[in-house]
Design a binder for this molecule. Structure first.
Ligand code: PHE
Ligand code: FE
Length: 294
């Protein structure tokens, strides 16, 4: 995600005008490749039966099971054939307009560093493991690939309409933390969940969070937290349904409505919600979060 923390207003030394840098794959050390392999092995043991069919298929099609940090040249070549997307390296978070411009042109920006061995469980900024293992398998799905490119175009528009905060919530609750209802039950497609050892179980199995049927306006009004497990997950019935509700919908009148309405506190259940799980919010209360009063 691009809009979370401190971002420079110009590309750093050595980066191009569009903020990209060479991946310089040869510079990764054996220790760094080993961190990828450790993270990969932990997640792959958990994800069959938990991750969505689309994500699992993407992982397979892109051959992400090969050892070590993926080489973006090879990865982009495979991805390009499937959906026209590429993966490009950036030094870290980039400004919103840069992020949207890359996305609209089917370039996914990935952080060019990997967490240290003592940071396996948690990291504030997206590294190459989150960005590639979490996001890139979904980009191999033709429907989701279209969603992401349309989001990039929508980002520009939201900036002009003063609605970026609301559009960002859609990204958060779908791309990063989305769940989907499949024939066998709920599955994960959000990259923030599939790349997290603890949250990939919490999101599906804990009694604490709410799980609520996806509704576009509802999602765009709902606050979120960036520093711990989510208190809410929104569940889509299918990627086609997500596409209809977003790509095929003009957001300008929706933004006008939403900008005149109050935000919804993180854990509050609203009249009209399709509640799949009414969470206990026990996890939130243990941490003393005020929104934990379910
Ligand atoms: N349809 C949205 C608009 O009119 C753009 C969008 C597409 C946003 C897909 C998110 C995802 O602004
Ligand atoms: Fe992400």
């Amino acid at each position: 995600m691009s809009s979370d923390t401190h971002v420079l207003d110009h590309p750093p030394e050595g980066a191009a005008a569009d903020w990209t840098i060479p991946q310089n794959w040869d510079a990764f050390t054996a220790e760094e490749h080993a961190v990828w392999d450790t993270l990969y092995a932990r997640q792959i043991a958990l994800l069959p039966g938990r991750a969505s069919q689309a994500w699992l298929r993407g992982l397979d099609l892109l051959k992400l099971s090969d050892a070590g940090i993926p080489n973006f040249t090879d990865l982009s070549e495979r991805l390009m054939k499937l959906t026209g997307w590429q993966v490009v390296a950036v030094p870290g978070l980039v400004p919103d307009d840069v992020f949207f411009d890359h996305m609209a042109n089917r370039r996914f920006v990935a952080g060019n560093f990997i967490r240290r061995p003592d940071q396996l469980d948690y990291l504030q900024e997206p590294d190459v493991f989150h960005d590639v293992f979490g996001h890139v398998p979904m980009l191999a799905d033709p429907v989701f690939a279209d969603y992401m490119a349309a989001y990039g175009r929508g980002g520009r528009r939201a900036m002009e309409l003063g609605a970026l905060k609301h559009l960002s919530r859609l990204y958060w609750y779908t791309v990063e933390f989305g769940l989907i209802e499949e024939a066998d039950g709920l599955r994960i497609y959000g990259s923030g969940i599939v790349s997290s050892f603890a949250e990939s179980r919490f999101a599906l199995e804990s009694d604490s969070p709410n799980r609520i049927g996806f509704d576009l306006k509802r999602v765009m009004r709902t606050e979120y937290r960036i520093d711990d497990f989510q208190q809410n997950y929104f569940v889509i019935p299918s990627f086609d349904a997500l596409l209809r509700a977003t790509v095929e919908t003009d957001f300008a009148p929706l933004y006008a409505d939403i900008l005149a309405q109050p935000d919804i506190p993180i854990a509050r259940i609203e009249p009209g919600d399709r509640v799949i799980t009414h969470g206990t919010q026990a996890y939130a209360r243990e941490r003393g979060w005020s929104e934990g009063a379910a």
